[in-house]
Write a protein that binds this ligand. Structure first.
Ligand SMILES: C[S@@+](CC[C@H](N)C(=O)[O-])C[C@H]1O[C@@H](n2cnc3c(N)ncnc32)[C@H](O)[C@@H]1O
Length: 487
């Protein structure tokens, strides 16, 4: 494309590139961490190997999560009828690019990355993949900042005046910038699409503190347990995380949730309580939907994050909505019910809701039921970095849901939950979104299961389930919205 050409563009192609950037931001530190621990050396030496052999001294829970990500990306193959793994042919050529990923993660000069990438002599499709991964590091934050600035100031999106040459090069390579007649750099049509889509970078970028720690987590030299039990939450930028969740609600969930709530008998409802209320987007929308039908309705936000609670109080006070903001944990339904009761708002006369919170509970079950067979193909990490069996996590989910069932009223709960995707799905351009979600949630001890597994656990806990899929990555729903009524 010439510099001045206003190219016609395909938004789907732009979206595929954004997803690939996101994948790079999510996966680079995993590749580097595994390489530093000799994992690729062992894989290159052997044929099909057991996971424990591949991982050597790598911390088990994090290591298994890392291997699952490699498998998801097509770098590992599974031996038929066994759990043994080997490098695929894509995995073998990827090994030559590992020094380039090392340069990316340690933020070496761009020249170092480019020289190492050239030395890797990758086939064209892999060269494109690794280049996209690099461009995620160069462009993700920039595009998100351009989008936020344009939105906050109500201006058309524009490139900042001061940009370095590498960034111009990356933008031009993607076809996202060109020059006007006066020779000034500007966003191309495809670049404007990329800015519109740039909100999706926020998720992976807000988990950057965690992702930068992956090599140390894999080596077992740091423990995330402290960061996760510390209410300051050093593993992520919580305010950015809840902003992202609020944006997802507005973009993808609002219509479905409103439609489901419209079908509920809510005339005598005294309160709607949102567990893990985040920035309050969903709770405020629900309040506005329901209040005309339920005079005197109170919006109750239960939220363990101190920063989020401050934001929620400001939001509901500014909107003049009768509200209560409380501390609480999704894993303790009885405690939350008691707290509500003490404020004169019994759980049984309210509607409970939660979005993207159930998978962020601490696992309370410590015994595996030998009769239980697992269904989820995800990897799960315990508080000490150990690998948790899927059957234990699924049983724990049923326990937690059953705990909620015992405190809910006849209206039950409206639950929006995020999901991992089955490992059997064919590759799609949106693979990067699944890789990023699996990495950020998996490494931070969150317990995503597949949509079907989640809904079956709801039924097993004694709920009648009405559900709808929401969102899509790799052709699979990233979220479900379920009305859970005590059966
Ligand atoms: C991904 S955000 C979702 C926020 C909001 N529900 C939404 O979807 O817009 C997760 C929220 O759950 C809160 N959270 C995390 N762990 C929790 C727990 N164990 N119990 C209750 N809330 C929790 C977080 O502080 C955060 O506000």
């Amino acid at each position: 494309m010439s510099n001045t050409e206003s190219a016609s563009c395909d938004p789907n192609a732009v979206w595929a590139t954004v997803c690939s950037h996101i994948e790079g931001l999510a996966i680079a530190s995993t590749l580097v961490g595994l390489n530093r621990l000799g994992v690729f050396e062992r894989l290159q030496a052997g044929e099909f190997l057991e996971q424990d052999h591949i991982l050597g001294s790598t911390a088990s829970g994090y290591g298994r999560t890392a291997l699952r990500l490699l498998y998801r990306m097509g770098f590992l193959s599974l031996e038929v009828h066994s759990e043994r793994r080997a490098l695929s042919s894509a995995g073998r050529s990827l090994c030559r690019a590992l020094p380039a990923y090392e340069a990316l993660v340690v933020e070496a000069d761009d020249g170092v990355f480019e020289r190492r990438l050239a030395a890797a002599e990758l086939p064209p499709d892999q060269l494109q993949l690794v280049s996209d991964h690099r461009d995620g590091f160069r462009l993700g934050r920039l595009l998100l900042d351009i989008r936020d600035r344009a939105q906050d100031l109500g201006l058309p999106p524009a490139l900042p005046e001061q940009l370095n040459q590498e960034i111009f090069t990356a933008l031009r390579r993607a076809g996202w910038a060109n020059t006007d007649r006066a020779g000034r750099w500007r966003l191309s049509e495809a670049g404007s699409w990329a800015v519109r889509m740039a909100g999706q970078y926020r998720h992976v970028l807000c988990y950057r503190p965690l992702l930068q720690q992956i090599p140390d987590l894999l080596a077992g030299t740091v423990s995330l347990a402290e960061a996760r039990s510390d209410r300051a939450e050093t593993h992520l930028d919580r305010i950015a995380d809840i902003r992202f969740s609020g944006e997802v609600y507005r973009a993808s969930c609002g219509t479905t949730v409103s439609q489901m709530v419209a079908a509920m008998p809510l005339a005598a409802l005294s309160h709607v309580v949102d567990i893990g209320a985040g920035d309050g987007t969903m709770l405020e929308a629900l309040y506005r939907d329901i209040a005309p039908r339920a005079p005197g309705l109170v919006a109750v936000a239960v939220e363990p994050s101190l920063e989020a609670r401050a934001l929620l109080k400001d939001r509901f006070a500014a909107a003049d909505i009768p509200h209560l903001v409380l501390d609480g944990d999704v894993g303790d339904p009885t405690g939350i019910a008691r707290l509500l009761e003490s404020h004169g708002l019994p759980m049984s006369s309210g509607l409970a809701t939660m979005k993207s919170v159930m998978h962020d509970r601490a696992i309370r079950r410590n015994e595996l039921d030998p009769q239980r067979t697992s269904r989820s193909q995800n990897c799960f990490i315990g508080a000490k970095g150990n690998a948790l069996p899927a059957a234990l996590v699924e049983a724990d989910l049923v326990d937690c849901l059953a705990g909620w069932r015992s405190v809910l009223g006849p209206l039950g709960m409206l639950m929006v939950e995020a999901h991992t995707a089955p490992m059997t799905l064919p590759n799609r351009p949106t693979r990067g979104l699944v890789v990023a979600l699996d990495a950020t949630q998996g490494y931070s001890h969150q317990y995503l299961v597949e949509a079907e597994v989640h809904l079956d656990c709801c039924r097993e806990a004694g709920f009648r389930v009405e559900s709808r899929p929401i969102g899509e990555a790799m052709g699979y729903p990233t979220l479900t919205c379920a009305w859970l009524q005590p059966a």
